[in-house]
Design a protein around this ligand. Sequence first.
Ligand code: NAP
Ligand code: ZN
Length: 350
Amino acid sequence: MSTAAAYAIPAADGAFEKITINRRDVGPDDVLIDVKFAGICHSDIHTARNEWGGTNYPCVPGHEIAGIVAAVGSDVRDFKVGDRVGVGCLVGSCGVCAPCLAGEEQYCAKGATWTYNSRVPESAQSNGYTLGGYSTQIVVSESFVVGIPEGIGLDVAAPLLCAGVTLYSPLKHWNAGPGKKVAIIGMGGLGHVGVKIAHALGAEVTVLSQSLRKRDDGLRMGADHYYATADRETFRSLRGQFDLIINTVSANLPIDDYLRLLAVDGTLVILGLPDQPLSVTGRNLAGFRRSLAGSMIGGIAQTQEMLDFCAAHGIGAEIELISADEIDSAYERVVASDVQYRFVIDAATI
Ligand code: NAP
Ligand code: ZN
């Protein structure tokens, strides 16, 4: 075991504090990473505050990790000391089930091992559950490490490891591209990256945000249209318009209102994960043969594909860089939809 500094939350209603954690020894297949930047995803907040239940404390969130390889195990072939690398939400999976063999480790039949708050043997992490990227170092099996192309800064690449692939995966799966009308609900961490990627894929992109406050930014990032959902006229004028609607909102929405915006055979994809059940009226699905679907991040190969796509299209997240002692206030601002557009922790301040 080696030690690393980390920022942990000690209880659901606690405040972040600096602690020392253990990291496992670098095994033959492992990569030791000096973390440089860690994005703050809203899932970190749901977990830190135990909004989904089952959080182990002290909890070290962070699954948007960008850093530099500090050491590699004897069998590691794809990475060497000094490489620019990233780690997202996944650090393990069974490797033999159908989803794993299809490169969709996030849907592992035995349950993937998440970067934080997943049960692991004591030998893998002294607490018995994974501790994430709000830390100075992390040890990860090379199968769950991706390379960050030279063209993207590590700070603006970090949020792509979760937010980027979470949008890229459904946009590809539901064929967003030329001739497709795509709406993105929520102009936050996920949403703003989704606007950039959907635009780069060639789709006609509409943002559905609570207000027009972030309209200029949305249009600059590639949106063709921008509407406020606080205005009921939005729901009248856009009825039956979209092939694909992607919901990135961290709170519950009136799903029926958004289903009615889908064209025939359109799909509404749920990415946002509030803990309350959704309510749907059957005729809003049946009427236009609409679909309601969900999507969870993306596999490791697709994460690499997404990073290469973003580098080729000059896409990075738009970030506010903070020091580790600002995590609590950053959480408050994320919950208030007041971040432009992702907080990223400078790991040098941990
Ligand atoms: P975020 O930065 O907080 O963005 C969420 C956006 O939703 C806000 O910027 C806001 O956009 C909108 N919003 C917030 N509260 C709202 C409300 N009460 N009514 C309407 N709109 C509201 O969060 P994020 O990091 O992008 O994550 C969003 C959600 O996705 C979270 O629930 C997270 O856990 C989940 N997530 C899922 C996956 C997956 O694989 N499925 C991966 C990562 C995250 P406007 O200001 O534009 O309205
Ligand atoms: Zn995330």
